[in-house]
Write a protein that binds this ligand. Structure first.
Ligand SMILES: Nc1ncnc2c1ncn2[C@@H]1O[C@H](COP(=O)(O)OP(=O)(O)OP(=O)(O)O)[C@@H](O)[C@H]1O
Length: 366
């Protein structure tokens, strides 16, 4: 990054998911690995792998703004954790040679918190607001005006004598990030000029990411070793980089430093990540479903207790992946193991059990 100055208001990452211990395939950030992560972040759109459509469209928005000498439209990025939303916000600032300010929805509980940040911005600054769906309602209303008119109304006094004093703020670009686009109120969504939904990455893009990271880490990596890591990364760059770092440890301590397919396999076996990217928790969920509950339906809380994990960890870490890979279905009556789940555990599915790879999620809200 060039003349790029990132100011963090408060650590925007929520860590409640880590409460039950270190999960190597948890897509949420681990606060201890922030330094390792930031060393691997691409700093320009040309280095940003995958998400070609988003990258192309965003590139155009930024180039047009540069041509016109204006600040780019506000950008909303949505998608699961670890897919590159923070990275893209940093890239937008770098590509515009603009400073970057970082904050998060949970850190902005009062409109005054937001007014303080907005009035301190400089012309053209990029303001990255992570977890934007968790901002308080009064702050959200202040943000509408700021996004549209580059103005905030500061309320002075209380009760009937209170007056709103309009305060001009510099033109800025808001980059909002959310894992739950559906939770954003329509009026807020409508104020973004560019909205992008990030998808899980294909294995080929993850292989490129693993290669690039290996180069930056100075790790020697065989092409098949990269493929092995990419295949088990759940479509998520954060997990790909984390697995790479663990495999590199293994290669240095238990082998000659070179990450061959055999070294990658042995390391991932040690960390209990199987060929399809399932880890200890994923398998515990499937085992509980099939061994204890006859394949379901079973409620989320019961399932969480039976694997000794927090409900949130099962719901936000294990379940989205198991549903996406067709091992689990969410139905109105509870979670149900598919035929693929039984087969993955080496068991014959009971008669009548359906589903497998690509099985539908029948009840997303459960
Ligand atoms: N397209 C990409 N190319 C290369 N590396 C990437 C890409 N996307 C993400 N990464 C890497 O993955 C890690 C996680 O990315 P990032 O922090 O941007 O995710 P995020 O979507 O903001 O996650 P969260 O919502 O949890 O904050 C970073 O270390 C980054 O280097």
């Amino acid at each position: 990054m060039t003349d790029h100055d990132a100011v963090s208001e408060q650590d925007p990452r929520s860590t409640h998911h880590q409460s039950a211990g270190y999960e190597i395939v948890d897509p949420h950030p681990d606060p201890d690995e922030e330094a390792a992560e930031s060393a691997l972040r691409p700093t320009s759109l040309s280095e940003f792998e995958g998400q070609e459509r988003v990258s192309d469209q965003l590139g155009l928005v930024l180039e047009a703004a540069r041509h016109r000498g204006t600040v780019p439209d506000h950008v909303l990025l949505s998608g699961p954790p670890g897919l590159g939303k923070t990275t893209l916000a940093m890239i937008i600032a770098a590509e515009m040679s603009a400073p970057l300010r970082i904050s998060s929805g949970p850190a902005i509980q009062h409109a005054g918190d937001l007014a303080a940040i907005l009035s301190g911005l400089t012309e053209g600054e990029v303001f990255f607001l992570d977890e934007i769906h968790r901002m308080s309602r009064p702050a959200e209303e202040m943000l509408y005006l700021a996004m549209e008119d580059f103005r905030v109304d500061v309320v002075v006094g209380k009760g009937p004598g209170a007056t709103a004093i309009p305060l001009e703020i510099p033109r800025f670009t808001l980059v909002g990030a959310t894992t739950r686009a559906g939770l954003l109120p329509g009026p807020l969504r409508d104020r973004f000029g560019f909205t992008a939904q990030l998808d899980f990455y294909h294995t080929a893009a993850l292989e490129h990411i693993v290669f690039r990271s290996a180069r930056l880490l100075g790790a020697q990596l065989h092409a098949e070793g990269a493929a092995e890591i990419a295949r088990r990364s759940r479509g998520t760059p954060r997990i790909a980089n984390r697995l790479l770092r663990r495999v590199r440890d293994f290669a240095q301590v238990r082998a000659d430093g070179f990450i061959t397919p055999a070294v990658a396999q042995a390391a991932l076996e040690l960390y209990e990540v199987d060929e399809q990217g399932l880890d200890r928790l994923d398998r515990a969920v499937l085992q509980a479903m099939c061994h204890r509950f006859g394949g379901g339906p079973v409620g989320l809380s019961t399932l969480a207790i039976s694997v000794g994990e927090e409900r949130e960890t099962v719901e936000e870490v294990a379940e989205p992946f198991l549903v996406r890979e067709g091992f689990l279905m969410r139905t109105q009556r509870g979670r149900v193991a598919t035929a693929a789940a039984w087969q993955h555990l080496g068991l014959a599915p009971p008669t009548g059990v359906q589903g497998g790879q690509g099985a539908p999620d029948l009840f997303g809200g459960l």
